[in-house]
Structure formats: C-alpha cells, structure tokens
Design a protein around this ligand. Structure first.
Ligand code: ZN
Length: 233
C-alpha cells in the first residue's frame, strides 16, 4: 500500500479543512462524498467548486489530489427520521440529542469509506469528526472512532488508520489550522465556498460565509469565526 488517504469530503468547513490537512501530508489523496437523501444538496454541489479552487490555488496539492467518489446511500435517508433528511424542525429531543442527528450515519460513512479505501489501496481514512464544540452526536466521539477502527481492521483484515485531525480542537482553532495549512487564500476558499447551514441557505454572504445565521450549524460557525478573527487581529 502507498502513502495514501481517503478524505470524507462533504463540502463543509470541517471536511474541507481535513482535505487540506491530508493534501499537506499524503502523496495521494482521494475524496468521497455521500448522497443519503439529505434535504439540502447544496453541500454536495459545493464539493466540485472547492476542489477546483484548491487545484487552482495550490499546484502541489493539485498533483496529489486524485479521484473523487460519490456513494449513493439513499436507504439511510429513508430509514432516518432526522431533520436533515425530513422536512421537520430542528429541536432538542428528549434524549438530549438534536433532531439533526442521523443515527448510524458516521458509522455507515466510515464503513463504506473503508470498503472504498480497501479497493483503492489507501491506508488512511480522514474525517472531520470532532467532540470539542460539537452538536453532541455520539458518532463524532473519539471513543466511537477508535472502536470503529478496531472493528473495520478486524472485519477487513486491514491496518486502516482513522484520522480525525479536528477531534480535539474547537471551531476557532479549525480556522487557524486552515490558515496554517494554506494561508489566507485557504481561509477565503473555506469561508466563501464551503457550506455548513442546516437550512441550505446560500442567500447572504456573512463575514463567516453563507448561511441563515440562526440554525445551530451557522451559530457554531459564526461564533468560531468571530473568535478566530478576534485572536488574529
Ligand atoms: Zn443556517
């Protein structure tokens, strides 16, 4: 196997930062996106624009960035009752989880990614999971990742490494990481071209990017950006 990585790339801030992180480290990087019937396909549409911008602005990375894969997981959207896959309100549920939680999503994404990485001969699987200032999704926790890594390696007789470079950093530090990896141009690409908003709103460009500004994802993103700028200036 070569020194290669497969990045779970959704077109959001976190996964784009992870893609830059992987391009900085690995000789060969491929990307995978999942179409699971999410209410808003805008993130998926952003992926191509972002990859094209990275290629244009960073020739070193362009040489490393290989195939992009899309995996159809419509069954996940059909099974799930989440506010990300149904037209329902984003609320906190009785079990303490937001209604945007899609049960099994990251477990299924990483399992499919491992199957793809197996075929492509890629040893590292990179994801933007984070348990620092996250929405409380249990499948973003480090413990889940470590258990899944063991299960995948046992079940596929492999030595995959699940890399989660954002696990222990907050959103402000995620912006700092982007700046460290690609300077101000990368910060601009992430700010203007990535998508995080749960409502799929790309009507207005704020200083932290596009979005409705009030959903939990926008709140997290705008707060993180404000902190990053405050420490920066
Ligand atoms: Zn929003």
């Amino acid at each position: 196997m070569t020194n290669g990585a497969l990045v779970l790339f959704s077109g959001g801030q976190d996964s784009t930062t992870c893609l830059a992180w992987a391009l900085d480290r690995f000789e060969r990087v491929e990307t995978v996106g999942f179409d699971y019937g999410q209410r808003h396909r805008v993130e998926l549409d952003c992926r191509k624009t972002i990859a094209a911008s990275l290629r244009e602005s960073y020739p070193n990375w362009a040489a490393r960035l290989g195939d992009d894969h899309t995996i159809e997981l419509a069954a996940l959207g059909r099974i799930s009752e989440s506010a990300l896959t149904r037209d329902s309100a984003i609320v906190m549920q009785e079990n303490g989880l937001p209604s945007t939680f899609v049960p099994g999503r990251n477990i299924m994404f990483l399992t499919m990614a491992a199957a793809l990485a197996y075929r492509r001969g890629l040893t590292h699987i990179v994801g933007g999971m984070c348990e620092t200032d996250y929405s409380g999704y249990p499948d973003c926790r480090n413990e889940t990742m470590r258990a899944l890594e063991v299960a995948l390696n046992l079940g596929m007789e492999s030595k995959f490494i699940l890399e989660t470079p954002l696990m222990w950093i907050d959103k402000a530090a995620t912006w700092q990481l982007a700046e460290k990896l690609g300077g101000e141009p990368l910060v601009s690409i992430i700010r203007d071209q990535t998508h995080t908003c749960y409502l799929g709103d790309r009507g207005q460009l704020h200083d932290w990017g596009y979005g409705c500004g009030t959903c939990p994802a926008c709140e997290l993103r705008s707060k993180g950006y404000a902190l990053y700028r405050r420490d920066h200036d």
